[in-house]
Design a protein around this ligand. Structure first.
Ligand SMILES: NC(=O)c1ccc[n+]([C@@H]2O[C@H](COP(=O)([O-])OP(=O)(O)OC[C@H]3O[C@@H](n4cnc5c(N)ncnc54)[C@H](O)[C@@H]3O)[C@@H](O)[C@H]2O)c1
Length: 350
């Protein structure tokens, strides 16, 4: 089945979604943004119509798929599912776990196809790591972290820009992304925990929100899973030349089992077209370490290709509708654990 789509939100991230849709052969019939100047170049490129109001797209019976990258997801997702459309939604899915659960419940009961676009699952090094997991034997310990260079936000609070929290107001980072490093980078590594290790049952977390800010700069958690302990950290730091590519981006996964270790070093999210990720597999039987290096490839393109193949077949396929909810539940539990200074069971509501 040929797919006809509408894209809601034409900001920074949208170019990766447009690229994926174009490569998947999807007809982009509509583009929507409150800001017409953001949408126009895409409307021109795809010969698409511009809609200032996303409901116009949902009312079009020719539209099979709605790709949402505008950060007002609950209302848009609920309406798109109710209109019977397949949905690809950027992360994080909602501002709290109950809203995320509500969206997913509606998609599950309507039987519509629904994806939250956690694209790091589609990094070739991550996919290969997943395939090699059985070679590790019993998994006992996982370390996963995203250390991102955000400049020096620790010494003092900025008095302007996206990280400025105005008196009685909201910082841009909170308004546009739902929070600081936990929502921006932590959400991705929590998704990788869910993908590679499984759902944690209990966690203890510390989330550092400096005074006079409404966003966090560090979120650290110890997660108990059925496959051992996971240590997880998202950190905004000022160090420009750390990380395996020495570009300030230091994101890695290390999984240790009774018969080996897997290490993934992943490239900066918006440089994926030029920088590739790396996987190292150490096998304890042979004593050999094997490096897997791949040509740079956009995980956004790969994710959208996978979603569209399923949509064309009318199937949800291997990625659950619950992906975005699962991450939001973990984020909420981490924040609560930090506030209450205690370990908490994760109360999965789905
Ligand atoms: N996967 C990743 O690695 C990654 C990276 C960056 C951002 N993101 C996510 O992508 C989303 C968007 O981020 P961004 O950097 O593109 O933000 P952005 O602010 O640049 O773009 C959002 C766009 O949505 C439009 N918009 C907002 N409300 C709208 C509405 N009601 N109707 C129509 N248009 C509306 C805005 O005008 C804006 O152009 C966020 O959820 C963010 O968390 C994901």
């Amino acid at each position: 089945m040929a797919i006809t789509a509408g894209v809601i939100g034409c900001g920074n991230i949208s170019r990766f979604h447009f690229s994926g849709l174009e490569k998947a052969g999807v007809t982009v019939k509509w583009v929507c943004d409150l800001d017409e100047t953001a949408a126009r170049p895409w409307a021109d490129r795809f010969g698409a119509a511009y809609a200032p109001d996303y409901r116009e797209i949902l009312a079009d019976p020719e539209v099979d798929l709605v790709d949402i990258t505008a950060f007002s997801y609950k209302e848009m997702c609920m309406a798109a599912v109710t209109a019977g459309k397949a949905v690809i939604c950027e992360k994080t899915l909602a501002e709290n776990a109950e809203d995320a659960a509500e969206i997913v419940r509606r998609a599950e009961s309507a039987g519509t196809i629904f994806y939250t676009s956690y694209m790091k699952r589609f990094i070739p090094a991550v996919e290969k790591a997943k395939a090699l997991l059985p070679r590790l034997g019993c998994i006992v310990s996982t370390h996963i972290r995203t250390h991102q260079c955000w400049g020096d936000l620790w010494s003092e609070a900025p008095d302007s820009g996206p990280f400025h929290t105005p008196d009685g107001g909201m910082s841009e980072v909170r308004r546009r992304y739902g929070g600081g490093i936990l929502a921006c980078g932590g959400s991705h590594i929590l998704d990788l925990v869910l993908y590679l290790i499984g759902r944690p049952r209990r966690l203890y977390a510390s989330v550092a929100i400096p005074a006079d800010r409404d966003y966090d700069l560090q979120a650290t958690a110890l997660l108990e899973t059925n496959h051992g302990i996971v240590l997880c950290e998202a950190l905004a730091h000022p160090l420009r030349r750390i990380g395996f590519l020495r570009d300030g981006w230091d994101e890695r996964v290390e999984i240790n089992g009774t018969n080996g270790r897997l290490e993934v070093f992943s490239a900066q999210w918006d440089k994926v077209e030029t920088n590739a990720s790396l996987l190292v597999h150490y096998d304890n039987t042979t004593g050999q370490a094997t490096e897997y290096r791949y040509a740079p490839v956009s995980p956004f393109d790969r994710a959208i290709a996978f979603f569209c193949e399923n949509i064309a077949r009318g199937e949800q396929g291997a990625q659950s509708r619950r992906t975005g909810y699962d991450v939001d539940e973990l984020i909420e539990t981490m924040v609560r654990s930090s506030q209450e200074h205690k370990a908490l069971a994760v109360r999965w509501r789905l």
